[in-house]
Design a protein around this ligand. Structure first.
Ligand code: SF4
Length: 373
């Protein structure tokens, strides 16, 4: 199950917590699509990925593109790859762009999964995070998606925000689960360098949520989602049966993928490549036939560490026989030895797998770092 990822590097303004590269220069969209077309054509030669099964538009803000621009990109993919087996075309969008007409347009060109960046249902929080929508618009965008015929609707939320106490978080979750949403991605707010939020923390204008509240909200996410029939299948992702993200699941399962656009990563044949990050550089390098990406052949140790990092975040965890098959007896023995040092209340008792439980997930960064080579 291979996937194609298209990175749309445009955002009209910058959210306070975001450290992804994006530009507000929407005048460059045509040049971007032109460069993208050359990259798509160039990478279509890679044999492992000739028949993708998922396509994912991420960003940035893909919904700043017009329907005809998105259709143009889909046509480029269809011209260069065999997309007859594609089961899922996902599209990340911000609520302020999701009119009924726009959503119907997305549906008509084949997008079948919409991921809406709601982030919060509190106007004060949205304003604080410098999002461009309010809670009314967020709710309206989900209802519009349903009216436009989308069945597979995903909502993105952020928790661990200091003015969002656990009671309000629980209330917001109840509201979201009553919407026609089949998938929820919920991320803890993190303070990244080079963001407005980071500077606010330094100036003591924002205080980070303490661990006790973070833990309370993470456990509430799990409890409330179960009540509505959602499965917590990855630390930050929950879905009703049959609605797990195929694209992201393939990524967690170490399947190959190709990324297009500035800063997009690709992974195939034990090789990772990553494109130049800045849009101007991406456009000019492709235009002048210069190398626009770096690449690295992943050593066994590197692949082993990445495998742990991805798999232990999922509810399937790591199957010992898979680990042995992929990395051999020596690394299996190393792994088992490291696991014996982890406190038993952090994982499920099972002789065939290592699967972290909720307490383990909550401190998974620490556990995984203990297990890595
Ligand atoms: S819309 Fe998304 S990508 Fe753009 S600045 Fe906000 S969080 Fe970052």
């Amino acid at each position: 199950l291979a996937g194609l990822y298209v990175h749309i590097p445009f955002c009209v303004s910058k959210c306070s917590y975001c450290d992804f590269y994006s530009t507000a220069s929407l005048g460059l969209i045509d040049n971007f699509i032109h460069a993208l077309s050359k990259e798509i054509c160039f990478k279509s030669e890679i044999q492992d990925l000739r028949k993708p099964e998922t396509i994912y538009f991420g960003g940035g803000t893909p919904s700043v593109l017009t329907i005809s621009q998105i259709e143009e990109i889909l046509n480029l993919l269809a011209k260069n790859f065999d997309i007859n087996n594609v089961k899922e075309i996902s599209f990340e969008a911000n609520p302020e762009n999701l009119s009924l007409e726009y959503l119907k347009g997305l549906k008509s060109i084949g997008v079948n999964r919409i991921s809406i960046g709601i982030q919060s249902l509190r106007d004060d929080t949205l304003k604080y995070l410098r999002r461009r929508h309010n809670s009314r618009k967020a709710l309206e965008s989900v209802m519009n998606a349903e009216k436009a015929g989308f069945e597979n609707i995903c909502a993105d939320l952020i928790y661990g925000i200091s003015n969002l106490n656990s009671f309000k978080w629980g209330e917001d979750l109840e509201t979201v689960f009553k919407l026609p949403v089949k998938h929820l991605s919920a991320y803890h707010l993190s303070v990244e360098q080079n963001t407005l939020l980071f500077r606010q923390v330094q100036k003591k204008q924002y205080s980070v949520t303490d661990e006790e509240h973070s833990r309370e909200q993470f456990f509430a996410l799990n409890n409330i989602s179960e009540k509505y029939g959602f499965k917590h299948y990855e630390i930050s992702n929950l879905a009703l049966s049959g609605y797990q993200s195929l694209h992201n699941s393939a990524y967690w399962d170490e399947k190959p993928y190709l990324g297009f656009g500035p800063s997009a990563h690709s992974y195939y044949a034990n090789t990772r490549t990553w494109n130049v990050g800045k849009l101007n550089e991406y456009i000019s390098k492709i235009k002048n036939n210069q190398k626009f990406f770096e690449q690295e052949n992943l050593k066994t140790e590197h692949r082993f560490n990445e495998y742990l990092l991805k798999r232990l975040r999922t509810s399937n965890g790591i199957k010992y026989s898979d680990l042995q098959h992929l990395f051999g007896d020596r690394l299996l023995e190393y792994f088992k030895d490291r696991v014996s040092g982890i406190a038993p209340h952090l994982y499920r008792p099972d002789n065939q797998h290592l699967t972290l439980n909720l307490s383990g997930w909550f401190i998974s960064d620490y556990i995984i770092s203990e297990l890595m080579i």
